[in-house]
Design a protein around this ligand. Structure first.
Ligand code: HEC
Ligand code: HEC
Length: 157
C-alpha cells in the first residue's frame, strides 16, 4: 500500500508544471542568438516568463523609444525576437499588471518575491535599479536566482 501511494505521489510530482517563479530560470535552449545579442547588451537578456505575451508585444512595438534609448530591431531578427518572447511568455494572471511601459519589476509577482528588500537598498549605488538583476543575482546570466547566490552580503539569508 505504502509503495503504491508513494508511486502515485511521485507520478504527480513529475507532471506538475514548474512554478512561474522558481529559483532556476535559464533561457530556453532554443533561444535565438538575436535575442541574446539585441536584448542582452544593455541589461540581462531577461527570462521571457517574467512578462506576459501582451506585455512583450507592447515592449517590442515600443523599442524605438525604449526607456530613453533606441533599441529598435528590424526585419527578420525583430520578428524572431517577438515570436520567441511571446512563445515563452508568462501567465498574465499570475504575474499581475506590469504597468506602462511594461516592467518585470512592476509586476505583483516580482514585488512579492522582493518585498523584504528595503527602499534604501534599491537605491544603493551597487544596485541602482531593480532591473539590474545581476547586481544581486550573480548567477542570473545562467538563470540562477537562488537565495543562496545573492552577491549583496546583507541580503543573504
Ligand atoms: C540600448 C540599450 C538597450 C537595449 C539594446 C535594450 N534595452 Fe531594455 N532597457 C534599457 C534600459 C535603459 C532600461 C531601463 C533600465 C532601468 O530602469 O534600470 C531597459 C528596460 C527593459 C525592460 C524593463 C525592465 C524592468 O524594469 O522590469 C524590459 C522588459 C526590457 N528592457 C526589454 C528589452 C528587450 C526585449 C530588448 C531587445 C529587443 C531590450 N530591452 C534591449 C536599455 C536597452
Ligand atoms: C537588490 C537585489 C536584487 C535585485 C536587483 C533583484 N533581485 Fe531577485 N531576489 C533578491 C533576493 C534577496 C531574493 C529573495 C531570495 C529568497 O528569499 O528566496 C530574490 C528573489 C528572486 C526570485 C525568486 C527566487 C525563488 O526562489 O523563488 C527571482 C525569480 C528573482 N529574484 C528574479 C530577479 C530578476 C529577474 C531581477 C531583475 C529584473 C531581480 N531578481 C532583481 C534580490 C534581488
Amino acid at each position: 500500500m505504502k509503495r503504491i501511494a508513494l508511486t502515485v505521489l511521485f507520478g504527480m510530482a513529475v507532471v506538475l508544471p514548474p512554478p512561474a517563479f522558481a529559483d532556476r530560470m535559464p533561457l530556453p535552449t532554443n533561444t535565438p542568438a538575436s535575442y541574446k545579442a539585441e536584448c542582452g547588451s544593455c541589461h540581462l537578456a531577461f527570462p521571457p516568463a517574467l512578462l506576459s505575451a501582451n506585455d512583450w508585444r507592447r515592449t517590442v512595438s515600443g523599442l524605438k523609444d525604449h526607456f530613453g534609448t533606441d533599441a529598435a530591431v528590424d526585419g527578420k531578427n525583430g520578428q524572431e525576437i517577438a515570436a520567441f518572447l511571446e512563445r515563452y511568455a508568462g501567465d498574465a494572471g499570475k504575474l499581475g499588471s506590469a504597468g506602462e511601459p511594461p516592467r518585470i519589476t512592476q509586476t505583483a509577482r516580482f514585488i512579492r518575491k522582493h518585498r523584504e528588500i528595503s527602499a534604501k537598498t534599491w537605491k544603493d549605488p551597487r544596485i541602482k535599479s531593480a532591473a539590474n538583476c545581476e547586481a544581486c543575482h550573480r548567477g542570473a546570466a545562467q538563470g540562477n536566482y537562488s537565495e543562496h547566490d545573492i552577491s549583496i552580503p546583507e541580503l543573504r539569508r
